[in-house]
Design a protein around this ligand. Structure first.
Ligand code: PMP
Length: 287
């Protein structure tokens, strides 16, 4: 029996149903989902799932371009077209398609809406329930693996959006001790009030930036001392210089933090020198 998926207004053969490569769900995990059980073609706990969906969307400030009635109709129609008597219906709503960039796309960008449904054998489920199943325990790492360059970037997206809304280019994230971890898409550095170059060690839960590593090699070649040690927000605000690194941003001076001017409010000499050194080497060694 051929399956059907609903994608942005159209019912398509399941095997050919696609979303855009720059859908924010795919690029950033910037979306939400719900799942309903289907009994005799009808959805269970309908209002509970619908209410949670609207709460999730509201928390992420994703507008759904559909009334609750239209969405209900699409869920029912997807169940019907897939001839699901007993099974499951999935709904995904993402912040839509836009040129890849962490902040929210322009207002009016329509969210993506995807609905799929599949049958589950009631007999098999009953047989499993009759025997019971095994459980294992695992550490709860959600989401404590920022060392992995995963596309699960929702928290980074929300941080970058806050930066934009507060008139800034980047957001530096702060841990429960008040220490800066890293930028939403960059590694954070300062020249502290004693003139010491500092960036957080990568034992912490941060991404080990390739630009960071390349810059460290250059710093060592220059004979400049580097203190690989976390710094607090207060230390950053008192710093002589501040900057961040990433592919694309290279070495980018930060001239204010939370509205507090860093140094004299202009890119500092060490930052400027490191940017030149990095760009010269990157250009020279690029293959
Ligand atoms: N931290 C985060 C969270 C990032 O997403 C990135 C990359 N954009 C970086 C740091 C910098 O890594 P790289 O120098 O490898 O670009």
């Amino acid at each position: 029996m051929s399956r059907v998926a609903y994608v942005n207004g159209q019912y398509q053969p399941h095997g050919q149903a696609v979303i855009h490569v720059e859908d924010r769900g795919f690029q950033f995990a910037d979306g939400v989902y719900e799942v309903w059980s289907v009994f005799d073609g009808r959805m269970a706990d309908f209002d509970g799932h619908m209410t949670r969906l609207h709460r999730s969307l509201n928390e992420l400030r994703i507008d759904i371009p559909m009334t609750r009635e239209s969405l209900t109709q699409v869920l029912k129609e997807t169940i019907r077209r897939n001839r699901v008597r007993n099974g499951i219906v999935y709904l995904q709503v993402t912040r839509g398609t836009a040129r890849r960039d962490h902040p929210f796309p322009a207002e009016g960008t329509p969210p993506s809406v995807i609905v799929t449904a599949r049958s589950i054998s009631a007999d098999r489920s009953e047989a499993t329930a009759k025997k019971g199943v095994a459980v294992v325990t695992v550490p709860d790492i959600r989401w404590g693996r920022c060392d992995i360059k995963t596309v699960g970037l929702l928290a980074n997206v929300l941080a970058k959006q806050q930066a934009r809304e507060r008139g800034a280019y980047e957001a530096w994230m702060v841990d429960e001790m008040g220490l800066v971890t890293e930028g939403s898409s960059t590694n954070a550095w300062i020249v502290d009030e004693n003139g010491k170059l500092r960036t957080r060690d990568t034992q912490a839960n941060i991404l080990k930036g390739i630009t960071r590593t390349a810059l460290m090699d250059l710093i060592a070649e220059e004979g400049v001392e580097l203190d690989e040690r976390p710094f607090s927000v207060d230390e950053a605000k008192r710093a002589k210089e501040a900057f961040f690194t990433a592919a694309g941003a290279f070495v980018m001076p930060a001239v204010s933090i939370d509205g507090v001017k860093i140094g004299d409010g202009k890119p500092g000499p060490i930052t400027t020198r490191l940017r030149t050194l990095y760009l010269d080497q990157a250009r020279r060694d690029a293959i």
